[in-house]
Design a protein around this ligand. Structure first.
Ligand SMILES: Nc1c(NC[C@H](O)[C@H](O)[C@H](O)CO)[nH]c(=O)[nH]c1=O
Ligand SMILES: CC(=O)[C@@H](O)COP(=O)(O)O
Length: 146
């Protein structure tokens, strides 16, 4: 791929501090890889797939990274937020052939979230970038373009 890879980061800002850490890890990974990137935000993880789908029609991006943190509460809403955000991303990847990384943490509590979000621990924001970049490579290998 001759020109620089351009990645869109879609951040769910439900937990602002965790979102910042996840985004920082993702950005460090993108800069290390020499990729260009843009950032947009949504209220919560449920909105990530739709935001990616809106952006994909622009043809501006080679890949997408969804970042979010879903922490179980008192009701079954957790199950829907986790399940539907994951399903939405999978549909975008499979049906729309979008190169994306899923960086949506689905955890029981804040400690579990920080153990995975922190750059010096799980650094899952960077992991989602690495997944997205690999999928960009595969799309290029098979001539699928943006
Ligand atoms: N509880 C969490 C949510 N809930 C909000 C939804 O994602 C969505 O924004 C709302 O239902 C309006 O459509 N989102 C998270 O990202 N993390 C949570 O823990
Ligand atoms: C994951 C959620 O949507 C959750 O934070 C909502 O909390 P609750 O189930 O207590 O309303």
């Amino acid at each position: 791929m001759s020109e620089k890879v351009n990645i869109l980061i879609v951040e769910a800002r439900f937990y602002e501090d965790l979102a910042d850490e996840m985004a920082s890890g993702a950005i460090e990974a993108l800069e290390k890889a020499g990729a260009d990137y843009e950032r947009i935000s949504v209220p919560g993880a449920l909105e990530i797939p739709a935001a990616i789908r809106f952006a994909a029609d622009s043809g501006h991006y080679d890949g997408y990274v969804g970042l979010g943190v879903v922490i179980r509460g008192e009701t079954t809403h957790y199950d829907y937020v986790c399940g539907e955000s994951a399903r939405g991303l999978q549909e975008l990847a499979i049906k729309d052939r979008l190169a994306l990384g899923n960086g949506i943490l689905t955890v029981e509590n804040g400690d579990q979230a920080w153990a995975r979000a922190a750059r010096d621990r799980g650094n899952k924001g960077a992991a989602a970038v690495e997944a997205a970049l690999r999928m960009v490579e595969l799309k290029s290998k098979y001539g699928l373009g943006r």
